[in-house]
Design a protein around this ligand. Sequence first.
Ligand code: ADE
Length: 240
Amino acid sequence: MDFKRVAVVMAMEAEAEPLLEAVGARPADAPAWAAALPCKLYSAYEAGLELMVAVGGTDPFTGVDCIGTQAAALATQVAVSAHAPDLVVSAGTAGGYRRSGAEVGHVYVAWPRIVCHDRRIPLGGFDAFGRGEHPVADLRATAAELGMRSGIVTTGDSLDESTADAEAIAASGAEVKEMEAAAVAWVARLNEVPVTALKVISDLVDDPAPTPEQFAANLGSVVLILRDAVKALLDRLGPG
Ligand code: ADE
């Protein structure tokens, strides 16, 4: 499966920075219609691939990185419009589960779908929309060759896991909890572009230690794993 043009969508500056440096990425222009949006675009060549990295950017109203589904959807549409990719990758950190055998630093590639866990809409006919399930490109073989795990990725707009979230996540069979992939997948699917998600575990949701503390303690090391994992995947997917 050779791809030629890939867009990688990332949320936090700290997640993207090591990858941008490793691939020698340069700032790229967003389309004129996207001038008011916070996302930042970068382009690079990697393993024969034309690569665009779209990062959520800084929220002008609060001054922090735009994490979560809103900015991820915008960044994905901007990247798709600017780059016309043949694959979109949602890349970043995520929570994992001890009950699934996950450890901090494990790398997951989404399979067979990306879902949502916090869109509770008990109105007739809205169930499937709320679950927000989207299929992903079948990269299982490549993931296995690279020593990466495969699993269902679930998205919500909160870092914590409420009781209702926990029930939805257990029911979906998801092994990876994060805040962007389903939005990226929805926009990629609207544009008829195949999508995947590559997530590095930065914290264990079912560990007694608070998630924010785990995340802060592990971020510096897992973004380097993320850099290497995204590069390794691109090196396999490109024409070489
Ligand atoms: N990103 C990193 N860890 C996460 C978690 N536990 N939940 C949601 N998003 C995350």
